[in-house]
Design a binder for this molecule. Structure first.
Ligand code: MN
Length: 315
């Protein structure tokens, strides 16, 4: 099997881990920072800074994350594929685009939300005027305020996958990547059907997996949007439609977290850090283990950590 070894800096490894978060494996070999299982490549980053890429796509994946692959270390055929053929054109920012993005995939509590929104070329200045930009640079208050404007301005679709449903799909063996792909495609489809007469220049998905993997997830979908589709990482900064979708998805996530929290008479924390384990343990103690099904993404490591906290408490 092809394999490539690269030396990467800690910050490069961290950035790669973030980008591959959807594919991170629960099991990590000794001395490793993380293992990510992509469809045709397994990536293992070690504390030493060495990163091992294994599988059919080893070379391409190494190329993507670690730049120029030194030929001496390439054990397979030495052709390097271009990034992918779904990269948006250079002038994409000025085109009429439906964009999509998701929120909540890394948060232990709360649903996954996916939004798609259409921004025509003529609407770009207005959308910019409303303050739409990368939602990572906006606080919750700004998100809510801008989202409320967008809802009245843009054709959009907003999908919420409640925790019960998420856990059910996950337990049936569906990966988070596949769940994302299904919801993105559906949201994009919904928006597309709202604007049958628009002259659309394309569709831009905030890339969460390789395009080939995305289409593999969707082989059984009857309504697959494939024509004119582009994928770009950091899509929010590539086209305002993705930035708008991201704001709508985040707005929806915030609302759902509020609702879910009030069901349990508390404020649910975001993320998946230790504070989340503490809150989960607290809720399980009060309401029983059903909380894992109704309020969390049960397959996250936080579930076991919360149970461990409870065990310790009982000793
Ligand atoms: Mn995204």
């Amino acid at each position: 099997m092809a394999h490539v070894v690269k030396k990467m800096t800690p910050s490069e490894i961290l950035a790669m881990k973030k980008e591959l978060s959807y594919a991170i494996s629960d099991k990590t070999p000794p001395g490793a920072v993380f293992t990510a299982k992509l469809v045709e490549c397994t990536v293992t980053a070690y504390n030493s800074g060495k990163v091992l890429f294994q599988g059919k796509q080893a070379e391409e994946t190494a190329q993507k994350f670690a730049g120029q692959v030194s030929q001496a270390k390439v054990k397979s055929k030495n052709t390097v594929k271009p990034p992918h053929s779904y990269a948006p054109p250079d002038n994409v920012a000025s085109l009429s685009i439906i964009g999509s993005d998701e929120v909540g995939t890394g948060d232990y509590f709360g649903p996954m939300t996916v939004a798609a929104a259409y921004v025509s070329a003529s609407q770009l200045p207005l959308i910019k005027e409303l303050g739409v930009r990368d939602s990572k640079n906006l606080n919750d208050k700004q998100i809510i305020q801008i989202a409320k404007e967008l809802i009245h301005t843009l054709p959009y679709s907003l999908l919420v996958l409640p925790n019960e449903k998420y856990n059910e799909l996950q337990q049936k063996g569906m990966t988070q990547g596949k769940i994302k792909a299904l919801l993105h495609n559906r949201a994009l489809q919904n928006v597309r059907s709202k604007i049958p007469n628009e002259k659309l220049d394309g569709i831009l998905v905030d890339q969460f997996c390789e395009p080939g993997v995305y289409f593999n997830y969707l082989t059984k979908e009857k309504n697959l949007l494939k024509e004119g589709i582009y994928f770009a990482t950091k899509g929010e900064s590539v086209h305002l439609a993705v930035a708008a979708a991201s704001i709508l998805a985040r707005y929806s996530f915030l609302k759902e977290m509020d609702k879910l929290g009030s069901r349990f008479h508390t404020v649910l924390p975001k993320g998946a850090g230790p504070h989340v384990d503490v809150k989960a343990a607290e809720l399980v103690e009060k309401y029983g283990e059903g909380v894992f099904d109704t309020a969390t993404k049960k397959h996250f490591a936080n579930t076991q950590k919360a149970l461990n906290l409870l065990k310790k408490k009982r000793i």
